[in-house]
Design a binder for this molecule. Structure first.
Ligand code: NAP
Ligand code: GDD
Length: 340
């Protein structure tokens, strides 16, 4: 089909990658995604959009690769000639980054330079989106906007700051249409199970079903600005459609503590969270990010993007999805783990 755009997504098997792939396919794009070779199937979030490799009109193509593999990145960019590249691949868990800092720096930091160099080597005019993060602000107090100074507090945040500045540098040095989306926490029924919101909503579902009686948590005084991932990928796409590249905060503008998220999730099913939750210091970080609350004014003004779902509704939506998933599993119906 002439005029059809091509997009390349790293991290397509992750929460955001799967929503973004759906969005782009819905807009008529040909979508290429990089997945890692694994001994078990790691594409369950893509089940709904999977297309048989033998189908003649398929528009979704998955390629094995890794952000540590520069030659693979160079080959795929040259072969697919994407109009837009979305760099979502990362070792994205903050706590884990303290345990594997070297690996996190390689994948989450250097991986971005490898991809940017692959674009430069291909000599193509593409638009580049970098998955930057509110973790860059670290200990700088809220509200945080595009002009707030960075002070990261983890190897993950340090790796992401490298990628943030690499993106700015390739924009300035080579005129690349490269934008940073500085995204505050965004969640969904597809959220990885060890991030705090999903850990809570899954536990609520399991407690209601009688499969679990305790939930062990770390620092529940931390404040986060939680939005709905499905809405945030729309903001990523909007950044790539602008005439000029730039950096934008995507956030709801509303903060809540982990304690409040616990209360909202448990009370949604009529339970008191205090009866089930216990503290375990193993879930605390060597240095914590106490409070992240974004100021999304620029995204509203320039992109027309506004977060619709705030944390209370998100908690309910995720509890309902986890309860449904568990019911389906227990009744023997096969259902994808991340529907919603
Ligand atoms: P996610 O669910 O953890 O997905 C990460 C993706 O990166 C997965 O597809 C993963 O593959 C892939 N990946 C990991 N290591 C890789 C490697 N060495 N080579 C190639 N791919 C690799 O994360 P997410 O929540 O969707 O977030 C997407 C991006 O936005 C990440 O860069 C994250 O750091 C950033 N971000 C997220 C948030 C948030 O609140 N969700 C906020 C700000 C920024 P596997 O499936 O094989 O593990
Ligand atoms: N994961 C987890 N598990 N976090 C806990 C727990 C627990 O048992 N108990 C308390 N927390 C607190 C963490 O200390 C942190 O302050 C907060 O809950 C949120 O933790 P996560 O859900 O793991 O997310 P994050 O904020 O550290 O990082 C996420 O958001 C970033 C954007 O701000 C990740 O998605 C990053 O990739 C992303 O960049």
């Amino acid at each position: 089909m002439s005029g059809q755009k091509t997009a390349l997504i790293t991290g397509i098997s992750g929460q955001d990658g799967s929503y973004l792939a759906e969005l782009l396919l819905g807009k008529g794009y040909e979508v290429h995604g990089i997945i890692r070779r694994s001994s078990s199937i790691n594409t369950s979030r893509l089940d709904d959009i999977y297309q048989d490799p033998h189908a003649s009109h398929r528009r979704l193509f998955l390629h094995y690769g890794d952000t540590t593999d520069a030659s693979m990145l160079a080959n795929i960019v040259r072969e697919t000639q994407p109009d837009e590249v979305y760099n979502l691949a990362a070792q994205s868990h903050v706590k884990v980054s303290f345990e594997i800092p070297d690996y996190t720096g390689d994948v989450t930091g250097l991986g971005t330079i490898r991809l940017l160099e692959a674009i430069r080597a291909a000599g193509i005019s593409t638009r580049f989106y970098q998955a930057s993060t509110s973790e860059l602000y670290g200990s700088t107090p809220p509200p945080q906007s595009e002009t707030t100074p960075f002070h990261p507090r983890s190897p993950y945040g340090v790796a992401k700051i490298y990628s943030y500045w690499a993106t700015v540098n390739y924009r300035e040095a080579y005129g690349l249409h490269a934008s940073n989306g500085i995204l505050f926490n965004h969640e969904s029924p597809r959220r990885g199970e060890t991030f705090v919101t999903r850990k809570i909503t899954r536990a609520v579902a399991r407690i209601v079903a009688g499969l679990q009686d305790k939930l062990y948590m770390g620092n529940i005084d931390a404040v986060r600005d939680w939005g709905y991932a499905k809405e945030y990928v729309e903001g990523m796409w909007l950044m790539a459609q602008q005439d000029e590249p730039d950096d934008y905060v995507l956030a709801t503008g509303e903060g809540a503590t982990v304690r409040q998220f616990l209360e909202a999730s448990f009370s949604h099913v009529g339970l008191e969270w205090e009866k089930y939750v216990e503290h375990d210091s193993r879930y605390e970080r060597p240095s914590e990010v106490d409070a992240l609350i974004g100021d999304p004014a620029k995204a509203k003004e320039k992109l027309g993007w506004v977060a619709k779902t705030h944390w209370r509704d998100l908690a309910k939506l995720m509890v309902d999805a986890d309860r449904k998933q568990l019911d389906d599993e227990l009744s023997g119906r096969h259902v994808r783990a991340d529907r919603g």
